[in-house]
Design a protein around this ligand. Structure first.
Ligand SMILES: CC(C)(COP(=O)(O)OP(=O)(O)OC[C@H]1O[C@@H](n2cnc3c(N)ncnc32)[C@H](O)[C@@H]1OP(=O)(O)O)[C@@H](O)C(=O)NCCC(=O)NCCS
Length: 220
């Protein structure tokens, strides 16, 4: 293990060395971090999470119970993986054929969310602040800020960095997040950007605390 142990591992969890685990990260019951995994600071791994060797995970990543993160996966900062979501690393697995050196790459860009029980087929990029709805099956690249639902997952609309579906654009093409007030625009077909905060910038602390329920925000 590199550096001092300034992270938390529950006594029922296994951490195989060598691997990297950042300061403040917490690894809860029955989870297993495998040799060669690289995990950033302030992440949370719930119960029964497996992180395979070669996986790279950024900071402030939250992984709910019963998730396996396979070799070939890269997870950027602030990603949320919902309970029992399924990631993959071989498109066409066959028990008789060894494909250990052919694991496909899947990248979760900054701030993306994967809902409960969703499946992400490998070899794709899940865009920044995109949102995969519960139970969806994602088979293709997901654009930034896309809300993806269904099987196979299709874009149902755009969603804000705060996880609120964006309303219809106004006459100037602006979509305002009812929670943050941030303005978004489709700057070219299929490409949404936030006009008030760069995608790579951290949220200001006052915008990082939820104060209004989702149902109340939907009524706005
Ligand atoms: C995608 C999501 C955010 C939408 O929530 P919402 O805005 O309250 O959705 P609504 O109930 O208003 O539904 C809007 C439409 O989307 C559909 N829909 C909602 N969630 C859906 C889902 N997961 N898959 C497919 N369709 C869905 C609804 O059926 C409805 O369709 P309709 O207009 O044809 O009737 C939510 O359903 C979801 O999946 N959240 C993830 C929850 C989760 O996994 N949390 C993990 C941490 S515990």
């Amino acid at each position: 293990m590199s550096g001092k142990k300034n992270y938390f591992v529950h006594e029922s969890a296994y951490v195989d060395e060598p691997c990297e685990i950042g300061k403040g990260t917490k690894i809860w019951h029955f989870s297993h971090i495998m040799k060669g995994a690289r995990i950033g600071e302030n992440c949370i791994f719930g119960q029964n999470v497996n992180v395979a060797g070669g996986v790279v995970i950024g900071t402030n990543v939250k992984v709910q119970n019963n998730v396996s993160i396979y070799t070939g996966t890269t997870i950027e900062d602030d990603v949320f993986l919902g309970p029992s979501c399924v990631l993959t690393n071989v498109t066409n697995p066959r028990s008789q054929i060894v494909r250990h050196n052919l694991y496909e790459k899947t990248t979760f860009r900054r701030g993306a969310t994967v809902g409960a029980n969703a499946t992400v087929v490998c070899g794709i990029e899940v865009g920044r602040y995109s949102f995969v709805a519960a139970g969806a099956v994602v088979t293709k690249d997901v654009p930034d800020y896309a809300l993806m639902t269904g099987v196979p997952a299709k874009r149902a609309g755009w969603i804000s960095r705060h996880g609120i579906p964006l309303p219809q654009a106004d006459a100037d093409g602006i979509m305002v997040c009812p929670e943050s007030g941030y303005r978004y625009r489709e700057v070219e077909p299929g490409v949404v950007r936030c006009l008030d905060l760069d995608e790579e910038a951290p949220l200001p602390p006052d915008k990082a605390i939820g104060r209004v329920s989702y149902d109340d925000l939907k009524k706005k």
